[in-house]
Design a protein around this ligand. Structure first.
Ligand SMILES: NC(=O)c1ccc[n+]([C@@H]2O[C@H](COP(=O)([O-])OP(=O)(O)OC[C@H]3O[C@@H](n4cnc5c(N)ncnc54)[C@H](O)[C@@H]3O)[C@@H](O)[C@H]2O)c1
Length: 321
């Protein structure tokens, strides 16, 4: 029987890919987001697929609204992604905390009172700071976030643990790092994806950071969220996600190679998050998870951008901003 998934923040990047994957396998989806702008869903789904999705417009900071929406959805699975990214949390920590921390509490509170027994939520590798060595971090590594955003995500992990201790509400928190692919269009770590789009449009693009980071293809990130929601485990689990740890130079060179140009450049310090995550724990827990090689993911992304360009529907507001 088809499950029903309530997905917050699903007008965003990772959420759009989760919605696509769920609709393609025949599940029911309710999107909860404060935005009514479905351009990311349109970029990767057919109109008739989107027609089958139910949309609820609401603000995650309003607990009553979240509770009502979840109750009316009759969903059995909750995936919580709604959140503000690093730059907004830096510029406005109070709004950041309201959306990222209070908003997450609202989702847990709604699940608890309605009787949904598991919440899968987006934490982040930003719970780690930048480490001095090249250590590959597993979930036992010390968390010393270097941003408000990372502190908020860490607080959510703590609150999730307390919901299990106090109420038996289970959860899985996932920690992605640099997700890339169509629809990744906001925040510093979206620069590599913007560079792919710019190259397809034959426009120059400068990536504003260097060093190495952990790149994961967005379809793989989405698959991990869905697998955890389906597994519906007991306890308060937290897992790293990992794609490939590579230098920004390597991804820059590869984009230029695919586009047969030198349009993409990069420069700047590494992002302040440890660049290599160990994902042994989730792979042991879930078993088979997709792991798209970087070159394949970049080519697929550029092919999708090219198809949207040729159809005249490629959104360039992120490049023009
Ligand atoms: N993309 C990454 O590389 C990455 C890495 C680590 C963690 N994450 C986390 O994963 C989640 C999804 O990331 P994404 O890249 O899809 O983000 P995104 O910015 O593309 O999407 C976030 C969505 O949340 C919605 N939203 C924001 N404030 C809201 C509010 N007050 N009420 C309701 N909806 C609201 C936005 O409208 C948007 O659709 C976020 O929690 C993010 O912090 C992302």
């Amino acid at each position: 029987m088809a499950e029903k998934y309530f997905i917050t923040g699903a007008q965003g990047c990772i959420g759009s890919w989760i919605v696509k994957a769920l609709v393609e396998r025949g599940d029911d989806v309710v999107v909860f987001d404060r935005s009514e702008d479905s351009r990311r869903l349109r970029a990767i789904m057919q109109p008739e697929q989107i027609d089958g999705v139910r949309f609820v417009t609401g603000d995650i900071t309003d607990g009553a609204v979240v509770r009502r929406a979840l109750a009316e959805s009759q969903a059995t699975r909750v995936v919580h992604l709604a959140g503000l990214q690093v730059p907004i949390c830096k510029a406005d920590p109070v709004s950041g905390a309201l959306v990222n921390v209070v908003g997450t509490l609202n989702v847990f509170e709604a699940a608890r009172t309605i009787g949904v027994n598991n919440v899968v939520y987006a934490s982040s590798a930003a719970v780690y700071g930048l480490n001095d060595d090249d250590a590959v971090l597993d979930e036992t590594a010390v968390c010393e976030p270097s941003t408000h955003y990372g502190v908020f995500k860490r607080a959510n992990e703590g609150n999730a643990r307390i919901y299990f201790l106090d109420h038996g509400l289970s959860s899985v928190g996932l920690r992605p790092l640099t997700v890339y692919g169509v629809n990744r269009d906001f925040g510093l770590t979206s620069d590599p994806t913007k560079a792919m789009k710019a190259a397809v449009l034959r426009r120059p693009f400068h990536i504003r950071f260097g060093g190495a980071t952990d790149f994961q293809y967005v379809a793989d990130t989405a698959a991990a969220f869905i697998a955890c929601a389906d597994k519906n485990p007991e306890g308060a689990q937290i897992f790293n996600l990992h794609g490939e740890t590579v230098t920004v130079k390597r991804i820059t060179d590869f984009i230029n190679e695919v586009s047969e140009s030198a349009l993409v450049t990069f420069d700047g310090p590494p992002i302040p998050i440890a660049p290599a995550l160990d994902d042994t724990a989730i792979r042991r827990f879930i078993g088979d998870l997709p792991s798209t090689p970087l070159e394949t993911g970049v080519r697929e992304t550029m092919d999708r951008f090219a198809a949207l360009r040729d159809a005249g529907t490629l959104d360039t507001t992120d490049l023009d901003a």
